[in-house]
Design a protein. Structure first.
Lengths: 414, 373
């Protein structure tokens, strides 16, 4: 066999497939399974992508904490999704409907407090409970943006879940930076770092985001962003800003999110570009869901599964309560409130990126938190998109209605 | 089933219905929020009514019975402000215009109400293509016979009304070259066009009976005529106007029709005749296609002149009736528009030439509708 391999000039035998090989395989598997769940069960395709990751992770081939290429892909895909999400946050709407802004604030604070309290009750140490609370506060921007886009959902629940997710992501990132600062203080008694690091992460991110927003606006005045080439240019700019953020140790979540928000709110002209910046972005998004899905492992679930369940239950309860209490004032029906609450339940990429950042700054402490967060991701990775879909369907915002779709398929078959 | 009794109403009272676009403030495409808007405005006491329309990104508002131009403007203003307030709360915006310039009709959802679902079943894609927005003006008539005479009198001015109100040059992101592309969608319906030439309610009843016997129609609602009698209100309903971009224009158009009605009723400048309809579809096409620059064939003399000229002549003839009806402001508004940018279709095209981005054009339309620019 080796002789034959040598004759055919195959360098190494047996072959040692590298990262690119596995990435391609994940891409094929994810795309196939995504299409299958879409056709057979009418589920969002990302359920398939995540399921591939989940199987990989539980089989022990997972990415675990994000490192190297996996981290890069997740950062890129998340940057695109958060930029899109941010560009749909209209601050004028929050001013016209203060109840919505209040829902965002109460929802985030209540999630934070509920997770912290519950984890303390079941005996987790202060620092672990605090960190889990920050990571668990954010709703999943990636899942929301992706599922709403795929279902062509439109309506109050879709718009509100985008705004609330952006707000909670903002809140989680800020709280996370403060917690990292707190850990510096608590563990090392380092005052200067405790104060300067969060300040730098926040201030620097705002600066880079403003720069990105200004550049995009400048280009949009001159090119039609719906054009393929202009979309690639836009993609390039977002990636460039992300790389700058990495080089300067800024938040890779905050920069694209804030850039989107700034773009949307400093100029009146509407922005239209292809979803995920076209095909290139679509590939990144698919791979991100596979990678995030594979983050969990059996060990993690055994160690942190119980705490993760508690976290998810109290988190969902807190978000649902906040949404329902403020629903009448903010102008939505109880059915829409229920849909909105469901759509806020997934937890994914954002939390994983924050966890990986923690791993970078506090390698000794992070492993205490990781099992809980990774288990929570395992639990919501497949169920989360379904919850979002269910929520949107409940509010009547899924398009086209599945019944019509099914009928159309039946007619074609007949 | 025979035609219903014509409820008599006070002569020259008027009412306005407007169909509006609900758009997203993100990409300015149509967005489904009719049910949310209705729920929010239901809490307020308004002079007229706000009701759903066939797709859930449309909404219809109507005034109560109005006396004059100022009355219409005040009622429209009150309803507009309530709706804009609710839209702000929902993060959506409202816009006038006879069509949405770039919406994709296959994406529209039919509002969940049995009549709309039936229409959708029957007409297929036509019903979604019916995502168009019009202004209807009701004029009160003291008797059914007078209503029919007035209906055929106003028919001569249908091209004028189309040209003045046209605001639908773009359909599905394409410049249609028409000023009112909306009416092309209406003409696709089987029972669109003109009312039969009958001048008494008895004769109309005979016609209606014949039509119901064929099974083609069941009620007056099945006629999509340019002007139709509305027996339950005791009015004639002019249906050819595109929804304008502002309530000021909507009120001015309503008052213009009220002046026309008074002129026709008091001075009787024309005797209605079946032959008036010979150039009718030609004139109507010219008005839809070329707007104010269209050719108008005078049904009485066969003379050709531009619609703009005939409108100017008509405005002069209405002068004294405008004074009687306190509609001078309305006619002044129309004259200023004629001297300025022309009709709303001209405004929309100019905005697109300047911006080169239809969503931005719609954004500016929403600002004009809200009275913010």
């Amino acid at each position: 066999m080796d002789d034959l391999a040598g004759f055919l000039q195959i360098a190494t035998w047996p072959p040692e497939p590298g990262v690119a090989f596995w990435a391609a395989l994940a891409l094929v598997g994810g795309a196939l399974l995504g299409e299958l769940v879409r056709r057979a069960f009418g589920m969002p395709r990302i359920v398939g992508y995540s399921a591939v990751g989940l199987v990989l992770g539980l089989a022990g081939f997972g990415a675990g904490m994000l490192q190297g290429n996996a981290r890069l892909i997740v950062d890129l895909a998340l940057a695109l999704l958060l930029f899109e999400l941010g560009s749909r946050v209209n601050l004028r709407w929050l001013r016209a409907n203060p109840a919505l802004l209040l829902t965002g604030a109460v929802e985030a604070l209540a999630s934070f407090a509920a997770i912290y309290g519950a984890l303390r009750v079941i005996g987790q140490p202060v620092n672990v409970a605090l960190t889990c609370a920050t990571l668990g506060t954010s709703a999943s921007g990636a899942v929301v943006a992706r599922v709403a886009g795929e279902l062509k959902a439109a309506g109050q629940v879709t718009e509100r879940v985008i705004v609330l997710t952006s707000l909670s992501t903002l809140f989680a990132v800020l709280a996370h930076k403060l917690v990292i600062g707190w850990l510096h203080l608590d563990v090392a008694g380092d005052w200067v770092r405790a104060v300067s690091l969060p300040l730098w992460a926040f201030g620097g991110s705002v600066l880079v985001a403003a720069l990105l927003a200004a550049l995009v606006a400048w280009i949009a005045r001159r090119l039609d962003l719906r054009d393929e080439n202009a979309a690639l240019l836009l993609l390039g700019l977002v990636v460039l800003a992300l790389m700058a953020a990495k080089l300067l140790n800024l938040s890779t979540l905050l920069v694209p999110l804030l850039a989107g928000v700034l773009l949307r709110n400093t100029r009146e002209r509407p922005w239209v570009w292809p979803r995920h910046f076209g095909t290139a972005g679509g590939v990144l998004v698919l791979m991100m869901f596979v990678i995030v899905g594979s983050a969990g492992s059996v060990d993690a679930v055994l160690a942190g599964g119980a705490a993760a369940l508690v976290l998810l239950v109290v988190r969902a309860a807190a978000k649902t309560t906040a949404v329902f209490v403020l629903a009448p004032w903010s102008g939505i029906h109880w059915r829409q409130a229920l849909g909105l609450s469901l759509a806020l339940t997934p937890l994914s990429g954002t939390a994983l990126v924050l966890l990986s950042d923690l791993q970078g700054t506090h390698p000794a402490f992070a492993p205490l938190v990781a099992p809980v967060i990774l288990s929570a991701i395992v639990f919501t990775e497949v169920l989360g998109p379904l919850a979002v879909q269910w929520g949107l369907r409940l509010a009547g915002e899924q398009h086209p209605e599945p019944s019509t779709e099914a009928r159309r398929v039946e007619t074609v078959v007949a | 089933m025979s035609v219903e009794r014509f409820t008599d109403s006070r002569a020259l009272t008027l009412g306005v219905e407007l169909e509006l676009q609900i758009v997203s403030t993100h990409d300015y495409d149509l967005t489904p929020a009719a049910a949310d808007l209705l729920r929010l405005v239901a809490r307020q006491k308004l002079p007229g009514a706000v009701v759903p329309e066939i797709t859930d990104s449309m909404i219809e508002l109507s005034t109560g019975i109005c006396e004059n131009h100022a009355d219409v403007l005040a009622q429209l203003g009150e309803i507009r402000d309530a709706l804009v307030g609710a839209a702000d709360k929902l993060g959506v915006a409202l816009s006038g215009g006879g069509t949405h310039p770039f919406q994709d009709w296959s994406q529209r959802r039919i509002f969940d109400k049995p009549r709309f679902q039936q229409i959708s079943e029957l007409y297929g894609y036509l019903s979604k293509q019916f995502t168009i927005f019009g202004q209807h003006v009701h004029i009160g008539c003291p008797s059914a016979d007078e209503a029919l005479v007035l209906l055929h009198g106003i028919s001569r001015f249908i091209p004028h009304l189309i040209a003045l109100s046209a605001s639908s040059p773009f359909v599905q992101a394409t410049d249609t070259a028409f000023d009112s592309a909306r009416l092309n969608s209406v003409f696709a319906f089987p029972l669109s066009g003109r009312a039969p030439f009958v001048l008494t309610w008895n004769d109309f009843g005979v016609y209606f009976d014949k039509m119901t016997r064929t099974g083609v129609v069941k009620s007056m609602k099945d006629f999509y005529w340019d002007i139709r009698p509305k027996p339950e209100f005791g009015t004639i309903e002019v249906r050819v106007l595109d929804t304008p971009l502002t309530i000021e224009k909507a009120a001015a158009m309503a008052a213009f029709i009220q002046c026309l009605a008074r002129w026709l009723r008091v001075e009787k400048p024309y005797q209605p005749a079946e032959d008036d309809y010979l150039p009718y579809t030609f004139n109507r096409f010219q008005a839809c296609r070329f707007g104010l620059d269209g050719v108008f064939v005078d049904p009485q003399t066969g003379e050709h002149r531009s619609l703009r000229d005939d409108i100017t002549a008509t405005l002069a003839a209405l002068e004294e009736h405008a004074i009687e009806l306190r509609a001078e402001g309305a006619l002044r508004f129309i004259r200023n528009e004629l001297a300025g940018h022309g009709n709303d279709a001209n405004w929309i095209r100019a905005a697109q030439d300047r911006e080169r981005l239809l969503p931005e054009v719609v954004r500016q339309q929403t600002q004009r509708w809200a009275g913010r620019s």
